[in-house]
Unconditional design. Structure first.
Length: 439
């Protein structure tokens, strides 16, 4: 009977919450990285050099780093329904306004503001799943919406290219302006839907029957008690726990390669053969289609075995080696196939990272630690896109940029392999406050 309640409860929770998070995450990535497709026309129309575009792409992450932690603390305080809904509405408005930039400084300021607003959503979603999904279900739940990162490239690049092709010159606007407008409006509508449909905690879930609510609350309470069996976490633990810094360093290194690929992939592919907009959009989607498949397979394998870090390290190592090899590939077909391998590997790792990140701490300290790790790691987002633009402007080639990104992915793999997951005895006794039940 208990097993039947568990299955029915988790099935209902998954299909009620994860699709909403998936759609929001889809547009989070579309609005974050559609700049790469826009650059195929926008850079010429506004006279942006590779260095200007690279810095404009990177400054997003400067804004992103500033508000992740306070945003998650606000979500913990006021609830996910109000906070995530508000984030969606405001970022949609800012993304739409990007259509009206006119010089480098308007690009920099708009992208900075977009990063400032979007920063709270991804760590907020990571915190939110801890309110609803026991540990054994968490990687699959996170994968259910994180796969939207890969799906955004599958849908986003072709969609952006199609909009730019069909609407070019309509009402006197450039093709890339229409792209920003039509892809910025959906998050506003979705934010309103969040305010209506999202539920903050299991205790408030009228769509679960009393037996299901009781089982879920009891399971989550037991897991939290087990995690806090040696004490409860404090704010200071966020800064003194080596696991937090190691996880942030690992993701930061990986993001150099991941975001560098996301932002520059359309232009890298275009350099292989000078394709049409539609062709670039379709070719850009394939690595992310493979990433969707890899995300589902890796998260299921990780939940089944209980291992996160070796799965993650293996993906980053394979992706880094393939990216490095692509820099030496003189045959465009081989270079593209290697980029597909990179897309498969680096896109598959996000659910595993978030599953690790959400298990470090509990309570309000978890809200801070989840966001803190993600915030520090965004330094990789600052470095990756800017670095490729800087190198491309000076060498007129993507090769050195690809090699540097590959090195960071290999370093991320090494950190993942050596990552300590459980709290140390020192952190249990010295860095954490004894719980009320401890003697």
């Amino acid at each position: 009977m208990s097993e039947a309640i568990e299955k029915s409860t988790m099935r209902k929770v998954f299909w009620r919450l994860v699709p909403l998070l998936f759609i929001a995450e889809l547009f989070n990535y579309i609005d974050r990285f559609n700049l790469g497709v826009a650059a195929l026309r926008m850079n010429h129309d506004l006279g942006f050099s590779p260095a200007i575009f690279g810095f404009g792409a990177s400054v997003f992450f400067v804004g992103y780093m500033l508000t992740g932690v306070p945003s998650n603390l606000m979500l913990h305080k006021v609830g996910a329904r109000k906070w995530l809904g508000s984030i969606l509405i405001v970022w949609g408005l800012v993304a739409t306004f990007t259509a009206f930039i006119w010089n480098p400084y308007s690009l920099y300021s708009t992208r900075f503001l977009l990063g400032l607003i979007e920063a709270g959503f991804l760590p907020g979603a990571g915190l939110y799943v801890t309110y609803w999904f026991p540990a054994g279900y968490r990687a699959r739940a996170v994968a259910g919406y994180c796969v939207a990162g890969s799906a955004s490239a599958v849908v986003g690049a072709p969609l952006s290219a199609l909009i730019m092709t069909v609407f070019n010159g309509s009402l006197g606007l450039h093709s890339w302006q229409w792209m920003f407008i039509l892809e910025g409006i959906p998050p506003v509508i979705l934010g309103i839907a969040f305010l209506v449909l999202l539920t903050d905690r299991p205790a408030n879930a009228a769509w679960l029957n009393p037996e299901q609510r009781h089982w879920l609350q009891e399971r989550l309470t037991q897991e939290q008690a087990a995690q806090e069996s040696h004490g409860t976490f404090r704010y200071v633990d966020i800064l003194t726990d080596l696991r937090v810094w190691s996880l942030a360093a690992m993701l930061g290194c990986a993001l150099v390669g991941i975001y560098g690929m996301y932002v520059w992939l359309p232009q890298i592919i275009n350099s292989l053969g000078h394709f049409s907009l539609i062709e670039v959009g379709m070719l850009s989607a394939v690595p992310s289609i493979l990433g969707v498949i890899g995300t589902i397979a890796a998260s299921r394998s990780s939940d089944r075995t209980g291992d996160r870090k070796f799965h993650l390290g293996g993906l980053y190592l394979t992706g880094g080696l393939a990216l490095g090899a692509s820099a030496f590939a003189h045959n465009p077909v081989i270079a593209y196939l290697l980029l597909c391998v990179v897309g498969l590997c680096i896109n598959s790792g996000f659910p595993l990272y978030w599953s690790l990140n959400t298990t470090l701490m509990t309570g309000v300290a978890a809200a801070g630690s989840i966001a803190f790790v993600n915030t520090v790691a965004q330094l990789g987002g600052v470095v990756g896109p800017w670095m490729i633009g800087f190198v491309k402007a000076r060498t007129d080639s993507f090769a050195m940029g690809l090699l540097t990104m590959a090195g960071f992915l290999v370093l991320a793999a090494l950190i993942a392999f050596t990552l300590r997951v459980a709290p140390s005895s020192r952190s249990s006794s010295a860095w954490r406050r004894p719980s009320a039940t401890s003697n």
